[in-house]
Design a protein around this ligand. Structure first.
Ligand code: GRG
Length: 294
């Protein structure tokens, strides 16, 4: 099976799930709902939902058992992109090939659309009780909340902004990668396993895989910020250097960052060795994350 053959039907499931979960544009407050749908349904790779689904499958489960959580992870991701693009943060005008949310809807609506997506995400995870145990859902709520907060995305983003003002050092770059990007990727993988009742050893392997892949993902993203094509990646190229961002590219150059990204992905794949063919989608996802062009 190719990556495309694996991913397409699952992406379709996630996008249908998101479409059902997001409030309709005709419902008051219409502008807020338009902004939420504009950002969450914009063309993205849906990596986090795919990781959640592939991890569930690696534990013998199926996509339908984790779909609400897979959609929730995409809502949190969409929220983080909206806020990341705001004038007070990265001040970007292009995302997923379209004007950023605040450019299209104004800053106040963009902030509130992000807030509402975050709340919707936790509602969706709670709704996963329809096809997972209360205990598993409770664990996933805690995992995703932790990955979003000061120990995860918010903390990583704060240090990312602070680091613009000084010389990059490896410890700071690792700190940023693990939290800003890695935390939600790790939580996506582990959530999929937890919801379908993965055993302790498998969950441990999934956590190691997720942690390594999160760093590989951000390193590849930073390389694309230098050598990517703006039309293909759908966001500005060269912005990291302009903002003096702390990245592997700043530390090791494009080749060095790419090498590290590939090495991390291969290490991630090695963690899956005892899981056999049912972990093949996770292996394909790891390859895709580092070799992607968008
Ligand atoms: C979301 C709780 C929470 C807080 C917000 C703004 C912020 C704090 C964190 C920023 C996190 C951030 C934007 C990290 C960058 C992650 C990244 C590499 C995004 C690009 O992800 P892709 O390539 O994008 O998966 P697509 O568009 O394909 O979905």
């Amino acid at each position: 099976m190719t990556f495309e053959e694996y991913a397409s039907p699952r992406i379709a499931l996630v996008e249908q799930g998101l479409d059902r979960a997001l409030p309709p544009e005709t419902l008051r407050p219409e502008q807020l709902h338009r902004a939420m749908r504009y950002s969450a349904l914009a063309p993205g790779k849906r990596i986090r939902p795919l990781l959640c689904i592939a991890a569930a499958e690696a534990c013998g489960g199926s996509a339908d058992r984790v779909l609400p959580t897979a959609c929730a992870l995409e809502c949190i991701h969409a929220f983080s992109l909206i806020h990341d693009d705001l004038p007070a943060l990265d001040d970007d005008t292009l995302r997923r090939g379209r004007p950023t949310c605040h450019v299209a809807f104004g800053e106040a609506t963009a902030i509130l659309a992000g807030d509402a997506l975050f709340a919707l995400a936790f509602q969706l995870i709670a709704e996963n009780r329809a096809c997972a145990s209360d205990e598993a859902v409770g664990r996933v709520l805690a995992l995703v909340a932790e990955a979003s907060g000061t120990a995860g995305m918010v903390g990583g983003q704060v240090v990312d902004l602070e680091a613009e003002k000084r010389e990059a050092d490896p410890e700071t770059v690792e700190y940023i990668y693990e939290r800003k990007t890695g935390a939600l990727i790790l939580a996506s993988v582990v959530s999929g396993g937890v919801l379908v009742g993965g055993d302790a050893d498998t969950l441990c392997r999934l956590a190691d895989y997720g942690s390594l892949l999160g760093r590989a993902f951000q390193a590849a993203d930073d390389v694309l910020n230098v050598i990517g094509d703006e039309a293909t990646i759908g966001k500005p190229v060269g912005s990291d250097a302009a903002r003096h961002k702390a990245t592997y590219v700043a530390l090791f150059g494009v080749e060095g960052a790419m090498e590290r990204s590939r090495a991390l992905a291969h290490e991630a794949i090695a963690k899956l060795a005892p899981l056999g063919p049912k972990a093949d989608p996770l292996r394909m996802l790891a390859e895709y994350v580092v070799e992607r062009t968008s």
